[in-house]
Design a protein around this ligand. Structure first.
Ligand SMILES: *Cc1c(COP(=O)(O)O)cnc(C)c1O
Length: 418
């Protein structure tokens, strides 16, 4: 019988690992080592020649293990496994999502370049762009998720920065409102200004959908970025990040990672490999729960607007079209407005008994928070209002608990709201 191409979830327990190299251990051990012993001086020389790109690898020659800032089995096997979900050629894992994002930006941006980005972005990314990149002479151009590619295009022409555009960085769906950006339209925009010698790279921070529900590389992105702290790790117990894309681009990113020294260590690599074995079952359960929670909230008299991709219908026009083209499932992140203001929103949060009052997302336990005073507190109030991040908006990351228990919890907390 011919072997079918196995699905990623079937390969998460074994891909890239050879038990015979580790005393037959069924699981990849934690290679808690800083350096690796060469069998001979000639072997050491050959490894360094490849690491420094002094010659091309010979047929079937793989890079050897040298030093854990460059490579380590826990890091390499994890990267091979992460590639399967996004069908990427290569992957680089970092000690945090922020280090993945900042390293990708620093790899492809230089003084005089323009970075176009969607706003709001994750707070850390936003701070890095506005406070750090600008110090190095990089010009920044934010745009709202609702602004069309055509409109941005006209702005670039009118304001004369199109020729200097070097990178586009987006988050879709936007956190916490779930407003989407058409990845293909952004690809066209990047190609309008990019040339062969001076390509414009499109990076998508896909943390909000994780590696299961949206695959930006298939829709024209050059790079997909993750805070692996969220769905990938999935248990609120480790900080990590990842960047995926073509072998060509990842080679440059990995080179800078080597010199910044912000790669993930073996322990982080091992934890993420353990998490990946259950990625699909966790995320599917979270999505099933989120659909039920969204439906419950939608009919509740104290709730006004529920922002969840799974509630979009044809009457939502463009949003629905993008969702159908770009997403494979509606995810497990939702936000909603309750009647009242901050007082009512806080009363709701303070009365939750099962869901935890905490920021972050994508974990096994459900998490609830108040974006206006927590994750998005850094944005000026006026701008926040414009983005739809009101005082009565609440964000939920739905976990793997029983849906009935979650709905009970939300219902009793809503009952406590005056
Ligand atoms: C959490 C998060 C980050 C930052 O990741 P860390 O792992 O905390 O460094 C970046 N982008 C998004 C969308 C996030 O949710």
């Amino acid at each position: 019988m011919q072997q079918p191409p196995f699905k990623p979830e079937s390969l998460m327990m074994s891909h890239g690992y050879q038990p015979e190299l580790s005393e037959g251990a069924i699981k990849c051990p934690i290679f808690q080592t800083s350096t690796f012993v060469f069998r001979s001086a000639e072997e050491g020389k050959a490894y360094f020649e490849l690491a420094y790109g002094l010659r091309e690898p010979e047929q079937g020659e793989a890079p050897g293990l040298i030093y854990s800032r460059l490579n380590n089995p826990d890091l390499e096997i994890l990267e091979n496994r992460l590639c399967l979900w996004d069908q990427a050629e290569d992957c680089a894992v970092f000690e945090s999502g922020m280090s993945a994002i900042s390293t990708a930006m620093l790899t492809f941006l230089k003084p005089g370049d323009v970075l176009l980005y969607s706003s709001p972005l994750y707070g850390g990314t936003s701070h890095f762009i506005t406070e750090v990149l600008t110090k190095f002479g990089i010009e920044i151009q934010p745009f709202a998720p609702g602004e069309s590619a055509t409109h941005i295009q006209q702005r670039a022409e009118r304001e004369g920065w199109g020729e200097r555009l070097a990178m586009v960085h987006i988050e879709t769906p936007a956190n916490p409102t779930n407003v989407q950006i058409d990845i293909r339209a952004m690809r066209e925009l990047a190609d309008r200004w990019g040339t062969e010698e001076r390509p414009v790279y499109l990076a998508v921070d896909n943390t909000y959908m994780g590696p299961l529900w949206q695959h930006p590389l298939r829709h024209g992105a050059d790079l997909v970025l993750y805070s692996a702290t969220k769905y990938i790790a999935g248990h609120s117990d480790v900080i990590a990040g990842a960047c995926l894309g073509s072998a060509e681009l990842l080679k440059e990113i990995k080179a800078l990672r080597t010199f910044l020294g912000n790669m993930a260590g073996p322990w982080t690599g091992w934890l993420l490999m353990r998490s990946l074995e259950t990625l699909k079952v966790r995320m599917e359960q979270q999505c099933r729960n989120a659909r039920e929670v969204a439906r419950f909230l939608q009919q509740h008299p104290k709730v006004e607007n529920v922002h969840y991709l799974g509630l979009l219908t044809e009457s939502d026009g463009e949003e629905y079209r993008i969702y159908r083209e770009q997403c494979e499932a509606p995810g497990a992140m939702l936000s909603f407005e309750i009647h009242g203001g901050e007082k009512e929103a806080f009363a709701f949060l303070n009365h939750l008994k099962l869901a935890k009052l905490a920021v972050s997302l994508g974990s096994t336990e459900s998490l609830a928070q108040h974006p206006a005073s927590m994750t998005h507190a850094g944005i000026p109030a006026e701008e926040r209002e414009r983005m739809g991040i009101t005082e009565r908006l609440l964000r939920l990351s739905v976990g793997v608990e029983h849906a009935q228990d979650l709905i009970w919890d939300l219902e009793q907390a809503l009952e406590q709201v005056g």
